[in-house]
Design a protein around this ligand. Structure first.
Ligand SMILES: Cc1ncc(COP(=O)(O)O)c(C=O)c1O
Length: 380
């Protein structure tokens, strides 16, 4: 990547809206399967890097998509009428409390663009989803990163950070958090929201809520107009490739977000697929059960390999690479796994140099991961 100074000189005389944009590093996605096949000539690839659902999606989605294929020349319904109706019933909110997004990333972006400007501050936790700090830089805002507590959000310190930075407009909280998998107690979250001024928007990012239904903080919406809940169809619903997310908020906040979003930010296929996926809650239940079972299995294997991990409430787990062998590091294990067709996620970008994040896969994927990991660690 170019340094900010060399980008600055090659852009000149053009100048980005905010100097902070120059310090942005592009978001690093999990390596696509196709790329590994191309680079390493491996066809049998297992991807455990982007917290996708290894089962795929509900079979009902395929039917819903097929029904749309004859209509692709027509714009989608810009208001997402049917999907919003379904989401309103599912979440027990009014339709006008919903904003749809092209994935939940789109909503996080719309929220930052709607509420945060140059000189304002965004507060978030160390080790929280990396997009939050990127959004602060994009908006020319201050990013206030609050040190984590046992890898999770330290809500008392975050509340203090809001107090110390009266220019705070937005707080991002991921629950469960990516990449740590940590979860917050309702009581503490409630106390946090009650502690911040009502002029500060608290965004609860619940991308992994289906794996941890007890983390559902929908009730906060009834009490606080400055709470927004953001969810996605990319994870448990298995629609990452389609890009659909939604935000639940007060009517006034939704009204604002709906002015900022692009008129057709969710495609015709995305709308139909998400509605069909939402209607199949049995699929979500099966996904959760499989994830729980495989998570327990992986934990046992990491114990047996002598690798530490953080208890996770989502569909991925953070594993510590701290072995006695000198030449083994998280980066070298990541590379060795890639060479053998297993894609996982290194976490150096989060400052977690000794850690790897592994998405829970199908039983056979997890077995392959553990067998490959064992052979790397024991050098056989
Ligand atoms: C915590 C969190 N929020 C939001 C997202 C964005 O997901 P999407 O844009 O696919 O909905 C992710 C994806 O990894 C995530 O981990």
């Amino acid at each position: 990547m170019q340094s900010s100074q060399s980008i600055e000189s090659s852009l000149s005389p053009l100048v980005p809206a905010y100097a902070s944009i120059l310090s942005l590093a592009p978001y690093q996605t999990g390596k696509p399967v196709e790329e590994l096949t191309r680079e390493y000539g491996i066809s049998d690839v297992v991807k455990l890097a982007s917290n996708e659902n290894p089962v795929g999606c509900s079979p009902k989605v395929t039917l819903a998509i097929t029904e749309q294929l004859g209509q692709l020349a027509r714009y989608p319904d810009g208001n997402g009428y049917y999907l919003k109706q379904a989401l309103a019933d599912f979440n027990d909110v009014n339709v006008d409390q919903i904003t749809l997004g092209n994935g939940s990333d789109d909503l996080l972006d719309i929220l930052a663009r709607s509420f945060v400007g140059a000189g304002d501050a965004i507060v978030y936790s160390q080790y929280a989803f990396v997009v939050y700090s990127m959004l602060a830089k994009m908006q020319g805002a201050m990013d206030v990163e609050v040190p984590a507590q046992r890898f999770g959000h330290d809500l008392k310190a975050m509340s203090q950070a809001v107090q110390d930075n009266p220019n705070t407009k937005l707080v991002f909280i991921a629950n469960p958090n990516n990449p740590t998998g940590t979860q917050l107690a309702h009581k503490e979250l409630h106390a946090f929201v009650a502690s911040v001024p009502s002029s500060v928007l608290v965004v609860l990012d619940e991308a992994y809520i289906e794996y941890s239904p007890e983390s559902n903080n929908r009730a906060l919406l009834d009490e606080f107009d400055n709470v927004v809940i953001v969810r996605t169809f990319s994870k448990a619903y298995g629609l990452a490739g389609l890009r659909v997310g939604y935000a639940l908020s007060s009517v006034a906040v939704a009204d604002l977000l709906n002015r900022i979003r692009q008129p057709f930010n969710v495609s015709r296929i995305g709308l139909a697929a998400a509605a069909a996926a939402l209607a199949d809650q049995d699929f979500i239940e099966r996904t959760r059960l499989m994830n729980d079972e495989q998570m327990r299995w992986l934990e046992k294997q990491f114990d047996a390999l002598g690798l530490g991990f953080i208890k996770s409430h989502a569909n991925f787990i953070m594993v510590k690479i701290e072995v006695e062998m000198e030449d083994i590091t998280a980066a070298s294990i990541h590379e060795a796994l890639l060479e053998q067709g297993v894609i996982i996620r290194p976490l150096a970008a989060y400052g977690l140099h000794n850690w790897l994040r592994i998405t829970v896969g199908l039983a056979e994927d997890n077995l392959r991961l553990i067998d490959t990991l064992r052979s790397i660690l024991t050098d056989d």
